[in-house]
Ligand binder design. Structure first.
Ligand SMILES: Cc1cc2nc3c(=O)[nH]c(=O)nc-3n(C[C@H](O)[C@H](O)[C@H](O)COP(=O)(O)OP(=O)(O)OC[C@H]3O[C@@H](n4cnc5c(N)ncnc54)[C@H](O)[C@@H]3O)c2cc1C
Length: 281
């Protein structure tokens, strides 16, 4: 039996030193994925480094330029009911509220979900649509990585050995932005068969899909077809065709690749129309 050592440092620097000295060490955030993987014998880390006591990973801060810095240890439940999420940032709260069940939302964190990079998870398309950046701290210091570059493939990110996701930063967004996160899952609480993140503001539409490729799908060609003021059914259909072309879905227990492609136009239209209806209220 492999022995696993447990650490709960209070300083981020100490967590980074432990992680960078041992490639078999793993950070522990909410444990909702890590513990399930340990139970299933998919992982046997030499050391587990709990991030719970590190204050630098906690809290939500609105910065002077209107951007929002969300500490990596912020739970899904806190984001789902946060009054700090305004304008387009609300998209993140909508997605957080659709993750798993209440028990998972109470423990699971945005940093853990982002670091795990499951292609069917709810945050990745939202972060790509909002052009968020992931802040990572490691032995060489701090760096920021655009979400579109951070997610690199199935359970694969741009993080290097010893790096910890310290925060997610949402760029400023105007108060009038309206959003909708549409998730299609087999049952409530399951991962998405397809998810659509939509934000409308300033005459533009940002749209990203989850669960139809190894990384979130965003298409400049699709967005070029859409103008928030005049979103005809025809324009949405043309944009959906571009998104289908940009997607690369797989067959899995949540649906076949063909089924997912079929869902894209339906869910894209539903997401855009729901976002518009919120705008009209
Ligand atoms: C039954 C069930 C249903 C779920 N349903 C959904 C769903 O519908 N949608 C969805 O998006 N997710 C879902 N999840 C996953 C859930 O969102 C997890 O909370 C999340 O994936 C992992 O977050 P965590 O804080 O629990 O991380 P952990 O489980 O603690 O860690 C996950 C991985 O990330 C690493 N890690 C953790 N924090 C950091 C960090 N700050 N920096 C670097 N690496 C780090 C860990 O070492 C580990 O490899 C579900 C999970 C379960 C068990």
């Amino acid at each position: 039996m492999t022995e696993t050592r447990f650490h709960a440092p209070e300083r981020l620097e100490d967590a980074i030193s432990l992680l960078s000295a041992d490639e078999d060490a793993r950070p522990l955030a909410g444990g909702q994925t890590l513990v399930a993987m340990l139970n299933a014998d998919l992982l046997s880390p030499s050391q587990i480094i709990s991030l719970h006591r590190i204050k630098a990973l906690q809290g939500i801060e609105r910065r002077a330029d209107g951007s929002l810095r969300i500490g990596a240890m912020t739970t899904h439940a806190v984001l789902a009911r946060s009054g700090d999420l305004r304008g387009a940032h609300r998209l993140l709260g909508e997605a957080a509220g659709r993750i798993g069940h209440e028990a998972i939302r109470n423990r699971g964190t945005i940093g853990g979900a982002v670091a795990h990079a499951d292609p069917s998870a709810d945050y990745p398309p939202v972060l790509v649509a909002l052009e968020a950046v992931i802040e990572a701290v490691g032995p060489k210091g701090k760096r920021v990585i655009p979400a579109a570059e951070f997610f690199q493939g199935f359970l694969t990110t741009a993080l290097n050995l010893g790096e910890i996701v310290s925060a997610i930063i949402l760029p400023p967004s105007p108060a009038e932005a309206c959003t909708h996160y549409e998730k299609f899952a087999r049952v409530e609480g399951d991962f998405a068969t397809l998810s659509v993140a939509v934000a409308l503001w300033g005459g533009g539409v940002r749209i990203a899909l989850g669960s139809v490729g190894p990384v979130p799908v965003r298409s400049a060609e699709a967005e070029a077809k859409l103008f928030a003021g005049q979103l005809s059914d025809g324009a949405i259909k043309e944009a959906s065709a571009k998104l289908v072309a940009a997607s690369d879905p797989i067959d899995d227990v949540r649906g076949s690749a063909d089924y997912r492609r079929l869902l894209i136009p339906r869910l894209v239209k539903q997401a855009i129309r729901t976002a518009q209806a919120k705008d009209a209220r």
